[in-house]
Design a protein around this ligand. Sequence first.
Ligand code: URC
Length: 301
Amino acid sequence: MSSNRIVLGDNQFGKAENHLVKVTKHGSRHSIEDLTVVSQLHGDFAAAYYDGDNAHVVPTDTQKNTVFAFAQAGVGSPEDFLLRLGQHFVDDFDWVTGGRWAARQVTWDRIEVDGVEHDHSFFRGGSGGETRTAVVKLVGDEQHVIAGLEDLSVLKTTESGFVGYPVDQYTTLAETTDRILATSVTGRWLYNTTDLDFNATYASVKRIMLEVFTNHYSRALQETQYLMGKAVLEAHPEIDEIKFSMPNLHHFAVDLSYCDVENDNEVFWAAHSPYGLIEGTLRREDLGDTDKIWKGVPAFA
Ligand SMILES: O=c1[nH]c(=O)c2[nH]c(=O)[nH]c2[nH]1
């Protein structure tokens, strides 16, 4: 018979959706960092749950205040910011043994006026429209950093096909050697060090993804995903593993024969749903089990 004694399992608490905008001012030239931060502490909090004893409960309000106070000294990169923030809680409170700190960062680009970038006016940009993501996990003395991006929209109008799949009584899909390939990339990658230029590495990973998306004939989104991840891992020894979630955003050539108009792959119906969902992990062959590090991080959609 199962026990009626109820015990506390995994727990964490903190403040979510701390939307932080940091303006850095060099005279009249301003720049913006815009990120939404989650802070969650791990440690010895059993007394709070069992007995209502809050002696170990660093208030979520204090966690929120700490996020904004730390921003005054600058953000730099979401990864470095979260590492500083998390380490503060572990260092200052004996019973805090680790935690999870995460950020989603959006880009503001300078508005150009008469071909000149403005000092203090911006528009929500970021070519590809993606959101940059970062997660820091502290477990005792271990520091784990998972960087990533969401919603990097890419499309190519040819150099993609899909043939050779099994056919059964339900198959209606026609083979094609010329189709639109479109997706919105969510990717997250696990670093094996914290000693690196996170901004430069992020820019490089994104550039590699875009280059590889376009530099081959795609036989399936699965193959393209593998090639993108492989190229990232080959170029960056400081990355051990990368996880992707990519919708296959179907574009169907419209049959215009009903009005005697020829359509040679020029007019498409961009279907919103249903969509294919292609997900995969690329990792170094000798990498050990990383499931614990990924726990709580949305790896796949
Ligand atoms: O790249 C593709 N992968 C699939 O798994 C698939 N399935 C499908 O119907 N079309 C496609 N395209």
